[in-house]
Design a protein around this ligand. Sequence first.
Ligand code: SF4
Length: 325
Amino acid sequence: MSIIPPQQHEHLLQLRPLPTEAELLDGIERLRRERNAVILAHNYQRPEVQQIADFVGDSLGLARQAARTSADVIVFAGVHFMAESAAILNPGKTVLLPDLRAGCSLADTLTAQGVRDWKAANPGGLVVVYVNTTADVKAEADYCVTSGNAVQIVRSLPEGVPVLFAPDKYLAAHVARETGRPMDIWDGACHVHAAIRPEDVAAQQAAHPGAELLVHPECGCSTRVLRDVPDLQLYSTEGMVTRAQQSDAETFIVVTELGMVHRLEREVPGKAFVPVARTACCEYMKMITLENIHDSLRDLSGRVSVPEDVRVRALRPIERMIAIG
Ligand code: SF4
């Protein structure tokens, strides 16, 4: 057994107290100015992260902000494919993802090779991918869509051409229903949305009679809920904010990831928003914290970049998405 000499005890006991939230906020504020940085946060981020962001929105809104920012550094409070989109739009800027492990189970279901295989089997076919895809996949696609513009974009496609819609099968089912367009559908889903069950919706409806439903088309429950309520509207996360502002209802059941409730409470004060299930929580989104935003700004760590050949090819479908809105 070895004994640690007393003169080394001091090193062993060098525990640093964690910074308080106020210290972190001050530090982020100072670093943000020094770095000329902008913080973009997705709707599903932690409340305290949404609070400090320069802009909070969905993937399309964040891509738009990334395209027009004059900041030198973009801190992306979101997941990896979103930071990649910012890097594709801003090759000269530093794009940071404070925790590089923040991925996406839906994006992981589709590879560039999967798209190439479909194109080889369907010459002349068009590939429409959801924004939740990697840069490699976007580089193989013709169109990139969000839940807010997917129906509009598929409606605009030429007739008689094979179409692949990937990777979200629930959003694809919604688009196919709305447009009547026959499409090949990739068998992918987000684990958070797929786990929301019609029973969860029914339980909240029983607990909050008269509450209006705000259902995201990515949800596993949406197809089955639509069977019971055929004229039910589905909303992108931006659409949920607009609907809640315009509706006469006082209470809403929010059928998507939990973080959306905070965005709605902030932007539509005076109304009540009930999460469909406390378990509808994306652990990837919640990896971004005030601590790692602070450290990422301080050290310029968590850099995200895209190889130039991929970036150039992925830019086209992203620019189309931003233009069509
Ligand atoms: S909620 Fe689902 S789709 Fe969104 S980032 Fe998390 S895993 Fe991906």
